[in-house]
Each structure stands twice: as structure tokens, then as C-alpha cells.
Design a protein around this ligand. Structure first.
Ligand SMILES: Nc1nc2c(ncn2[C@@H]2O[C@H](COP(=O)(O)OP(=O)(O)OP(=O)(O)O)[C@@H](O)[C@H]2O)c(=O)[nH]1
Ligand SMILES: [Mg+2]
Ligand SMILES: [Zn+2]
Length: 359
């Protein structure tokens, strides 16, 4: 196996040269599910787990390897599980807010060149959801593309394509059918030697079906019937990288019921470029586009040039991003206070008492 074929380039080799060590080999995480890892390396596929030192050294969850990462691992010894010693820096990374009530961000995949945002052309089609995924994609540093799957179930494909293009000017949009094979050649635009594609989208949109069609075999389980039976039930439960016959790699990911955004900076600006450029012409520089006079954003809505749903989506995403940032900075100071309470707790009080006596 040639490392360049699986995405190795000067970005990673520059970092690797700093840690070069005969007993460590560079490898890419092709699968991760909780504590179980699989790597691809010049030595082939390797089962792996995290070395205690890596777990100990990483200060937060960002420091733990995820699918797509480049790592340094022990040189494998006849089929034994190898240990991952070091995580190389990420070229691109996808974050989401941690699930449930947990505060903080979670890396979900890394080192992706093109992220294909998959939606279904059936009842799943939802412009607001596409915007949400688009914002996260922009923020990751990868190039987005929009894939509208299940074209065989849709009688208004041209209208849907146009609608998706208006949500994301300049972003490629493709209609495909994984079941019938229609339009699947579009993926070759993004694949090729050393390139990595990831499929992202809600559960049931057909990500694993697309993978199976591209690989020409049943590599991944797909949902038996095209009906969502249980709440929160996903067919795919872990991220997995596969080799494409045409060269390059493709990542299957578990569908998310609701992708909660983490911080958005460039992601928000890039997704809503139209609103941003209107906002620059509002009478007030800090216009909230709600009640102020001379608001160009509301003017555009009144003229029918901007969809009010899109503005509402923009408000919602920016609120969410601000809120998770705010919560995390509050929680960071809370965690710090708690830590100091522990450190300075009884023993510190005792020290203080002793000092008073000594003084
Ligand atoms: N009609 C039609 N059905 C499709 C197409 N692609 C996928 N499906 C069906 O949609 C259902 C869900 O497909 P999956 O490939 O399991 O979806 P997924 O996105 O991988 O879902 P998770 O793994 O839960 O995230 C299955 O019943 C597929 O047969 C398509 O192009 N047309
Ligand atoms: Mg799946
Ligand atoms: Zn305004």
C-alpha cells in the first residue's frame, strides 16, 4: 500500500519528520467505534487501540483519534493489535456540539477533501437542514457538494435542483439514485488518488446505499425498508473509510437526527453570503434585521428576493452557535473553579492555618 494513495501528503510528512522514530509507522484511521480502531498503513490493515500515554497526554476529546486521522502507531507484530501513540495534526475537521446535554464540541471526522451533503429527494428534502449541514461543512475546511439521492422517487427533480442551487450558490448540486445507479458518475469529480470524500446527512437518506453502489458490493448494511421505523434508529453506527475502485477513499458516517452546530464563524458567512452582503448595506451597521429602519435584508424579503425561511434559518443557526460558545466558556470557568476547589480544598485550608500559626 502506498501512503499517497490513502491521502498522505506534505502537510502530514512535515509533521511526521518531527517525530520520526524507527519503531513508529504512519497510518490512517479507517474505522473507529468507541475503543476499537482499524488502521490502513504501508503494512496493510491493522487492528489498533489507543496507547495509555496518548489518552493521558490529550487534554480534551479533540486529542483522541477519529476516522480519517493520521496517526503514528507501533510497528505491527504478526497480526497483534497495534498501539496508536501519536495523533498528527488535522488538515480539516468536522465538529458538532456534543450530543444531549453535554457541553463541548466533538470531532466527528477529519482530513476530508470533499464533503458530500446527502439529502433524500423524497419527504426528507428540507432546505433548512441543507443550510445547517452546509454551515458545518464550510467550517470544517473541506469543500462541500450537495447530493440529492432517491431521484427515482421524485417527479420534480429539476425544481429541487434549482432550489438547492439557490440555497448554495456556486456549490455543485447533483441528483442521483443509489438504487438505480442514476447520476452516480458525479462522485468521480471528487474522488481520485489520495482524495477523501465523506458522506454526511440524516439517517435514511441512503449514504450506505451510495457506498455499496460505488464499491459494487454490499460493504455496508442498509435499512431493510425505506421507512423510518424507530426513533433515533440508525443503520450505520460508526464511521468507516473505504477504497474506491477509481482511486481515493470514501467515508460512510452514521446519520444524525439533528446536527447541532458548534461554533460557526466562516461557516455562517459562507453559507449566507447573500444575507451578509445585503446586511452590509443596512442603514445601521449593527442592524438586527428585525425592526430597524433602512434594513436591506427586510427590503429584499418584501420584494420577494429573499426567502423569509432562509432568514429565519440564519437567525436560528447564529443563535445556536453563539449559545454553545457562551455555554462552553461559562462551563470552562466553572470547571476551572471546581478544579481549584479540589486543589485548594482541605489541604490548602490546612496550609493556610499552619501558616497563620507559623507567621
Ligand atoms: N427509492 C430509493 N430508495 C433508496 C435509494 N437509496 C437508498 N434508498 C433506501 O433508503 C433506505 C435507507 O438507506 P441507507 O443506505 O440505509 O441510508 P443511510 O443514510 O445509510 O442511513 P443511516 O445508516 O441510518 O444513517 C433503504 O431502505 C434504501 O433502500 C434510492 O436511490 N432510491
Ligand atoms: Mg448507513
Ligand atoms: Zn438589516
Amino acid at each position: 500500500m502506498n501512503l499517497e494513495d490513502i491521502g498522505w501528503n506534505s502537510f502530514f510528512s512535515d509533521h511526521y519528520s518531527k517525530h520520526k522514530n524507527e519503531s513508529l509507522i504512519p497510518a490512517r484511521v479507517s474505522f473507529q467505534s468507541r475503543e476499537i480502531y482499524r488502521l490502513i498503513s504501508e503494512e496493510g490493515e491493522l487492528p489498533a487501540r489507543i496507547a495509555g500515554s496518548l489518552r493521558y497526554d490529550s487534554t480534551d476529546s479533540d486529542g483522541m483519534p477519529v476516522c480519517g486521522d493520521w496517526v503514528l502507531a507501533d510497528r505491527p507484530q504478526n497480526g497483534l493489535t497495534t498501539l496508536i501513540r501519536l495523533l498528527l495534526p488535522r488538515k480539516t475537521s468536522f465538529y458538532r456540539k456534543q450530543a444531549g446535554t453535554a457541553i463541548g464540541r466533538q470531532v466527528i471526522a477529519s482530513n476530508i477533501d470533499t464533503v458530500c451533503l446527502v439529502s433524500g429527494l423524497d419527504a426528507d428534502f428540507n432546505p433548512r437542514r441543507i443550510e445547517r449541514y452546509l454551515a458545518v461543512a464550510w467550517e470544517s475546511g473541506a469543500d462541500p457538494a450537495i447530493i440529492l439521492n432517491k431521484a427515482d422517487t421524485c417527479t420534480v427533480i429539476a425544481a429541487r435542483l434549482q432550489q438547492a442551487r439557490s440555497l448554495a450558490p456556486g456549490i455543485p448540486v447533483h441528483a442521483v439514485s443509489a438504487v438505480e445507479g442514476y447520476g452516480m458518475e458525479c462522485f468521480s469529480d471528487y474522488a481520485g488518488k489520495g482524495r477523501t470524500i465523506a458522506l454526511l446527512g440524516s439517517s435514511g437518506v441512503g449514504k450506505s446505499s451510495i457506498i455499496n453502489r460505488l464499491l459494487g458490493r454490499k460493504a455496508q448494511d442498509v435499512r431493510e425498508t425505506d421507512v423510518d421505523t424507530g426513533r433515533g434508529k440508525h443503520t450505520t453506527s460508526a464511521r468507516h473509510l473505504f477504497f474506491l475502485p477509481s482511486g481515493g477513499l470514501i467515508m460512510d458516517t452514521p446519520g444524525m437526527r439533528e446536527l447541532q452546530v458548534w461554533s460557526l464563524d466562516t461557516g455562517l458567512d459562507s453559507t449566507f453570503e447573500d444575507i451578509q452582503s445585503l446586511a452590509e448595506q443596512c442603514q445601521f451597521r449593527d442592524c438586527s434585521h428585525r425592526t430597524e429602519p433602512g434594513c436591506r435584508v427586510r427590503d429584499a424579503i418584501a420584494r420577494g428576493e429573499l426567502d423569509p425561511g432562509r432568514l429565519a434559518g440564519y437567525f436560528k443557526l447564529s443563535r445556536e452557535a453563539r449559545y454553545s460558545e457562551l455555554k462552553s466558556s461559562h462551563s470552562a470557568s466553572w470547571v476551572e473553579k471546581e478544579r481549584w476547589k479540589k486543589v485548594t480544598g482541605r489541604s490548602a485550608k490546612k496550609n493556610l492555618k499552619d501558616r497563620r500559626f507559623r507567621d
